[in-house]
Each structure stands twice: as structure tokens, then as C-alpha cells.
Design a protein around this ligand. Sequence first.
Ligand code: C2E
Ligand code: MG
Ligand code: MG
Length: 332
Amino acid sequence: IDHAEAEQLARRLLVEIERPLRIDTILIRPSASIGVAINQIGENPIALLERADRAMVEAKRQGGNRLVMSGDVQLAREELAIESALHAALESGGLRLDFQPILGLDGRVEAVEALMRCYANGQQVDPARFIPVAEKTGLIVRLGEWSLLQGTRCAARLCRQGTPTKLAINVSRAQLLSPRFIQALHGALICADVPPALIELELTESLIMDLSETVQANLRTAREVGVGLAIDDFGTGYSCLSNLKDLPATKLKLDRAFVGVLPDDRRSFAIVKGMTRLGQELGMIVVAEGVETGTQLAALAEAGVDASQGFLHARPMTEDALLAWMKQREQK
Ligand code: C2E
Ligand code: MG
Ligand code: MG
């Protein structure tokens, strides 16, 4: 069917789905978000599904209960510039990982998080700008695979210099939606020759928003081989309590929005304390993000968190700087 017919069909589906349902005494008003993509000549099925999926995510982002056609997911001019910078970076070595330590309250290094950096024309592009564009365009899959390879490689280097540390790597939903994800993960682990227990995947908000069957199966397999799973930026956005129930996660990272207002904001303190308790009861290590001052750290200790990450301990640094930093701590 063509563009117009597809749109018509989707609109009819929306209308049908919206009909209220009565179950006993309850009236339910369902809604749906539909993403539509029309097959382009020579396009492979995975790419087609990815475009439809992106349109669906856009429909949700616009508030749901609507239809978005794939061609309507237009990139703004600035986003187009970022997209071409990302392509250039992928091809000419403009990508880099920086690393930021996560410290246990006892001062030992609990893990190190790998953070992607992109350079275009000698300038660094802010991740808050390029990650969303990469997600929108599907480029995040290639970028994410690159991150996995580089991150596991760094974990291997840390092992070789005698400072083995858990390495946390951010993954996006588009990566986990692909059946290739487990292959990419296995590949990275084998290439780098690191024990899976030294790798942790940080699940970002875009992923938590929609836990499909494939995503859940991929996460379960990752857990089964021994890779850790962290819920990133918990407590804001789309992350919610039911995710704690459904995800086989090993770590909970509390969003820095709660940490920045400590110790004065007693309500935030109460939330941090409660969420910490909840995470720990579920068997997770609880980490507070974005700790910048000693008084914040003291409040976090009082709240009972297991570990913290932030500029107070160390800013994200290059791989060589990290290796030196770890070695120096080892010698102390
Ligand atoms: P995130 O995973 O929550 O990473 C933590 C962010 O907080 C980093 O921002 C880090 O530089 C910043 N940060 C750390 N300590 C402090 C602090 O004390 N104060 C403040 N104000 N900020 C702090 P960054 O590097 O800009 O990364 C932003 C986001 O981009 C990450 O948030 C993550 O969601 C995403 N990202 C980064 N690398 C990757 C990647 O390889 N793959 C994917 N999918 N996403 C990535
Ligand atoms: Mg993260
Ligand atoms: Mg985070």
C-alpha cells in the first residue's frame, strides 16, 4: 500500500483502538502510538522496522495517542550538521571514550563509567546534543557497538596493569532492539578477552521507556553470561518503579537531580534515602550521580547509598589518564 493508504489504515486503527472498553464496572479508554514507514526500494527489513520504530518513538514523545509517518521525522538543520559530524567522526577517528570513576563510600573504586566523546572540526560536540541525534537517526547502533568494543578493551588494559575494575558502558534502546546485540556483546568480550563480570551495561532512559520482548530477552541473556545491568538516571523521566520489578538489574543509579539539592532539600533527601533502601532491598548496588561537594557526599552517606560518582571524586578523563589514576591509587 502507498503512503496515503497506510496513513488511512493507521488512522482507522487508532479510532478502533480508542473505543472505550467496559470490563465489569470499569471503563477503559485505550490509546496507541503508531509509527509508519513505507518500504523504500532496496531497503532491508531491519532498516524498515527501525524507521517505523523511530516514528513510533516520536509519536510517544509527542504525547502518544497519535500517528507519525517515518518521513515526518525530519531532522532540524542543526541536527543534520550533528549527524554529518557523527558520520565523519565514525570514519576518521573523531570518537573517543572518556572515563569517570565511581567510588564506594569506603573509597575503593566500585566501577568506571565510559562516556562517549565526539570531535568535529577540532571541537567537542556535547553528548546531550549528539546522543539524541544518534538515537533519532539510528546511528547509535554503530556508535554503541564502537563503545562496547572500546570499553571492553579499556577493561582489558586495566586488568593487564593489575588494577581490574568493573567497566560500565552506556547502551541505548535501539541497540537492544536489535537481535544482533548479543552477538556484538559476545564479540566485544571475546576480542578484549575480559571476564563478563567486569562489564556492566548502563540502561538509559530511552530504553526504560519501552521494554519490548526483544529488549528483555537481550537483557536476560546479558545477565546470564554474567554482565551487570545498571538502571541509569533513575527517578526522573520515564523510569518508574515497575522497571525495578521487571528488569534483572544489579545496580541503581540515582539521577543527579536529587543529589544537586542536598543537603538542604530535606524532601529530596527523604526520596534518596527511600530509593536507596528500595534498591538495596531488591539486591542492587545503589549509586548517586553528580556529587560535587563534600556536604552532598556526607548527606548521601547518611542516606545509605553504596557508592557515588561526580566531579568531587574525578571528572571524566582520557583512557591514559584513567590508567595512571588507577595505578597511583593502587600504590597509595
Ligand atoms: P550518564 O550516563 O548519566 O552519564 C553521566 C553524565 O554526568 C556525564 O555527562 C558526566 O560527565 C556527567 N557528570 C558526572 N559527574 C558530574 C557532576 O558532578 N556534575 C555534573 N553536573 N555532571 C556530572 P556526559 O558525558 O555529557 O554524558 C551525557 C549522557 O550521554 C550520559 O549520561 C549518557 O546518557 C549519554 N552517553 C554518553 N556516552 C554514551 C554512549 O557510549 N552510549 C550511549 N547510548 N549514551 C551515552
Ligand atoms: Mg550512564
Ligand atoms: Mg546517569
